[in-house]
Design a protein around this ligand. Structure first.
Ligand code: GCU
Length: 671
C-alpha cells in the first residue's frame, strides 16, 4: 500500500535482499537484558519491532539468557569502559558471539539500539560491529511554538500535536510515535508550548495535562519543559505585579514550581522569552534579564531543574542596528547568571534568515553556557512548499570560528561547552512538526528534523552523511537515486537563497506572515521591521554598512572575524550585503558587477528550481508513488513562488540600479 510518510525514517519494511537479510538474521536471533528500567524495556520493544519488520520474523525477547549465542544483549553497567563515554554514550560490539549494546544509562542503551537498527535500515554490514558513540551536548531539545487552542506559531504542517482538550484522559498514539521518532535520533527534551506563552500552562488544569505527556515521553528518555509567561504571578496569582525581586512574586514561582514537580518529578525546567516583542519581563520593573532568570533558577534548583533564558531581544530604534541589540543587553550580564541557567541564542543576530552570520554573542559570554537555537520550521525558508535541506545552514553556523579563545573556537565548541569548560549544554530546534499525516507538511522537511537530532548529538557529522542516512531509511536505497536526491538536497538551501535573498540580502519578506517578497515595505508597527531598514537600496548601491563607517556591528566580533568580513573586496559573497553597502557598479570577486551578479542570481535560482524538478523526475521509479506525487506538486509550487520572488525583487531593485537585466536573462514580460 502507498506510503503517506507517517512512519518517517522508522519504516522497518522487510529487507528484500535475501542474502543480506539472512546475514542479519543470524546475529539477531533474540534480545535480552537483565536491566528492568522502563527505558531499557522501550529499547527492547523498539528492537523487537524494528528487527521483526526488517527480518520478516518475530524476534523474541528472552527473560533468561542461559548462555545463548547469536542475539543482542542490552547492558546498563558502570565499568571502566562505559565510564569513558559521556552520559548516554554507548558501545555496540560483538562479544562471545553476541552483539552487546552497552551504556552507563538506560537512555544510552536506547540510543544504541536505534543506532544498531540504523545499520540494518541503511544496509550496512554488522560483521565485527564495533561502534562507540557519545553525545556532545547534554540537552538536545525541540521547542514547540504550540498554543493552547491548537494553533502553532509559524507552523506549516497542520495544527498542534497536543490535544489539550482531550488530555489527560486520552492518550493519542501519535504522542508515542512522536517520542519514538525523537528518541531514535537522540532528542531528549521538549518544550511543549510557544515562547509567546500563555500563563494557562501553569494552572492546575494544565499541569495534569502536561504530566500526562511527560508520562508518555519518560520511557523514551525525554524530559518535558514549559515556556512561561513572566507576568504569570500577576495574571494567575493575583500578585500586584511580577517584579522578580518582590518576595510575593518569588514565592509564587516557588509554589507553582513545587506543584509542577509534585506531578512531574523529572520536569526539565523553564524556557523564557522576556522583554522581547511585547512579552513581559524583568525589565518592566527595572530589573535585568539575570535577575529574572536567577529568580526562576532558584525555584527549580531544589529539583535539579534548569532555566533557559532567551537572548532574542531588540529595541525599536530606526537609527540603531538590531544586529547589536542582544549583545548590548546580554554581554554585560556574563558571569551574573546562576549555575543552572543557560542563555539561548538564535544562530544569527536577526531572525532565522536563509543565511545569517553567526550570532556575535557566541564566544562573547565565556562565563555563561549558551544554548543554540535553530529553526526547523521554515518561517523564512518557504513554509512547506519549498524544499530546503537545512543541515548545511546549521553546519555553516556550527563550523564558524569565533576565535574567542584562539583559532578553532567554533560556535559548535562554544555550544558543546568545550571552549569555556561548561558541562551544562543545550541545543534547540524550533519544531517543524504538526498534525499533517507526514508530520512536517513537506515530506522532505522530515530530513530537517532528522538532521537536527543527528547534529545535536554529534555536530561533526557531515550534511552529506546525514542526508544519505535519511534518504536510505525514508525514501529509497537504490544507489543512483540516493546520490541524485542527496545532491539535490545539498544544493537546495543555496538555491533558495539565490532566488530570495542573494549575496547577503536579508529580511525583505512579506511583513505579516513572512511569506513571499516585500522589499518595498517602508512602514511597519516597528521601524526595524521594514524591508528598507535592512536592504538600504539607493541610487548608489545596496546593503547594510555594518563596518566602522556604518553601525559597526562588525566590531562585536573577534579581530580575525572582522578581517574576514570587514573588507568589501574580500568579504565572501554570501555575506557581502550583511556588512557592506556596495555600489551597483562595483566589480565583485566573481568578475561581475554587483547589479549583474545580484540580478543573475535570481534567474539562476529559478533555473535551479527547474533543475530540481528534473532531478526529482529521474528518481520516480525508486520512490513510493504517493510520496513522489506529493513532492512533485510541492516542487511545482516552489517554482511558482521562485518566479514571484525573482520578478518582484529584480523589478523593485532595478528602480535603484537603473540598469538592464544582464544577458542572457530576459526582462520579465509585462502582461
Ligand atoms: C520570530 C517569529 C515570531 C517568534 C519570534 C521568537 O520573530 O516571527 O513568531 O515569536 O521569532 O523567536 O520569539
Amino acid at each position: 500500500h502507498a506510503d503517506d510518510g507517517y512512519r518517517l525514517w522508522l519504516k522497518f519494511d522487510l529487507i528484500t535482499n535475501i542474502q543480506q537479510r539472512n546475514s542479519y538474521t543470524q546475529k539477531c536471533q533474540f534480545i535480552y537484558s537483565d536491566n528492568q528500567e522502563a527505558i531499557t524495556k522501550t529499547a527492547q520493544k523498539e528492537l523487537q519491532a524494528g528487527l521483526s519488520g526488517l527480518l520478516g520474523k518475530k524476534i523474541l525477547i528472552l527473560t533468561n539468557l542461559a548462555g545463548k549465542k547469536g542475539g543482542i544483549i542490552l547492558q546498563v553497567i558502570q565499568n571502566e569502559q562505559t565510564n569513558q563515554l559521556a552520559e548516554d554514550g554507548f558501545s555496540i560490539r560483538e562479544e562471545n558471539q553476541n552483539i552487546v549494546i552497552r551504556s552507563r544509562t538506560a537512555s544510552g542503551v536506547l540510543y544504541g539500539s536505534f543506532a544498531f537498527l540504523r545499520q540494518l535500515q541503511s544496509g550496512s554490514s554488522i560483521a565485527q560491529i564495533n561502534i562507540t558513540d557519545s553525545p556532545k551536548i547534554k540537552y538536545r531539545m525541540l521547542n514547540h511554538w504550540d498554543n493552547p487552542l491548537g494553533t502553532i506559531e509559524r507552523g506549516y504542517a497542520g495544527s498542534s500535536l497536543w490535544k489539550w482538550y482531550e488530555l489527560p484522559e486520552v492518550i493519542d498514539q501519535r504522542y508515542i510515535d512522536y517520542a519514538r521518532a525523537n528518541a531514535s535520533i537522540g532528542i531528549n527534551a521538549v518544550v511543549l508550548n510557544n515562547v509567546n506563552a500563555s500563563a494557562r500552562f501553569l494552572t492546575k488544569e494544565y499541569i495534569v495535562k502536561v504530566k500526562a505527556l511527560a508520562d508518555v515521553f519518560r520511557p523514551y528518555g525525554i524530559k518535558v519543559f514549559l515556556s512561561l509567561n513572566f507576568a504569570a504571578p500577576k495574571l494567575l496569582g493575583g500578585a500586584k505585579n511580577s517584579d522578580p525581586m518582590a518576595p510575593e512574586v518569588r514565592n509564587w514561582w516557588k509554589n507553582v514550581t513545587k506543584e509542577i514537580y509534585a506531578a512531574i518529578p523529572d520536569f526539565g525546567g523553564y524556557l523564557v522569552k522576556a522583554n522581547s516583542e511585547g512579552e513581559p519581563g524583568p525589565q518592566d520593573f527595572g530589573r535585568t534579564h539575570a535577575d529574572g532568570a536567577n529568580m526562576l533558577a532558584q525555584a527549580v534548583a531544589p529539583y535539579k531543574g534548569i532555566v533557559i533564558w532567551r537572548a532574542f531581544v531588540y529595541a525599536a530604534d530606526p537609527k540603531g542596528d538590531r544586529f547589536k541589540e542582544a549583545y548590548k543587553d546580554f554581554k554585560p550580564l556574563d558571569g551574573t547568571f546562576a549555575s543552572n541557567v543557560l542563555v539561548q541564542v538564535k544562530n544569527g543576530p536577526i531572525d532565522f534568515q536563509s543565511r545569517e552570520p553567526f550570532h556575535p554573542l557566541f564566544g562573547a559570554m565565556p562565563k555563561t553556557p549558551l544554548a543554540m537555537e535553530f529553526q526547523l520550521t521554515q518561517e523564512y525558508l518557504g513554509f512547506s512548499t519549498n524544499l530546503v535541506y537545512e543541515a548545511p545552514l546549521f553546519k555553516e553556523c556550527l563550523d564558524s570560528d569565533t576565535y574567542s579563545n584562539g583559532k578553532g573556537s567554533t560556535v559548535a565548541k562554544i555550544v558543546d561547552g568545550s571552549v569555556d569548560n561548561h558541562s551544562l549544554t543545550a541545543i534547540a530546534g524550533v519544531a517543524n512538526t504538526g498534525s499533517d499525516r507526514n508530520w512536517t507538511g513537506h515530506l522532505m522537511s522530515q530530513a530537517n528534523w532528522y538532521a537536527f537530532g543527528r547534529l545535536a548529538w554529534n555536530h561533526s557529522l557531515s550534511s552529506e552523511q546525514i542526508a544519505s542516512e535519511w534518504i536510505k531509511m525514508s525514501l529509497t536505497q537504490e544507489p543512483k537515486a540516493v546520490a541524485t536526491i542527496q545532491d539535490l538536497m545539498m544544493k537546495s538551501r543555496e538555491i533558495y537563497v539565490d532566488f530570495t535573498t542573494p549575496l547577503g540580502l536579508h529580511h525583505v519578506m512579506g511583513q505579516n506572515i513572512h511569506f513571499g517578497p516585500e522589499p518595498w515595505l517602508e512602514r511597519s508597527a516597528r521601524p526595524d521591521w521594514t524591508a528598507i531598514y535592512y536592504h538600504r537600496a539607493d541610487s548608489v548601491g545596496l546593503g547594510f554598512d555594518r563596518t566602522s563607517k556604518g553601525s559597526n556591528a562588525l566590531g562585536l566580533y573577534a579581530k580575525e572575524v572582522q578581517t574576514q568580513w570587514g573588507n568589501p573586496d574580500t568579504c565572501p559573497l554570501p555575506y557581502l550585503l550583511w556588512f557592506h553597502h556596495v555600489s551597483w557598479n562595483q566589480k565583485l570577486s566573481s568578475g561581475k558587477t554587483l547589479w549583474n551578479e545580484f540580478s543573475s542570481r535570481y534567474y539562476e535560482g529559478v533555473q535551479s528550481v527547474e533543475w530540481m524538478q528534473k532531478q526529482w523526475n529521474y528518481v520516480q521509479s525508486s520512490i513510493d508513488p504517493q510520496i513522489f506525487a506529493d513532492v512533485t506538486g510541492r516542487l511545482a509550487a516552489q517554482h511558482r513562488e521562485a518566479l514571484n520572488w525573482r520578478d518582484a525583487c529584480v523589478l523593485y531593485f532595478q528602480q535603484y540600479s537603473k540598469q538592464a537585466i544582464p544577458a542572457p536573462y530576459q526582462a520579465p514580460s509585462r502582461t
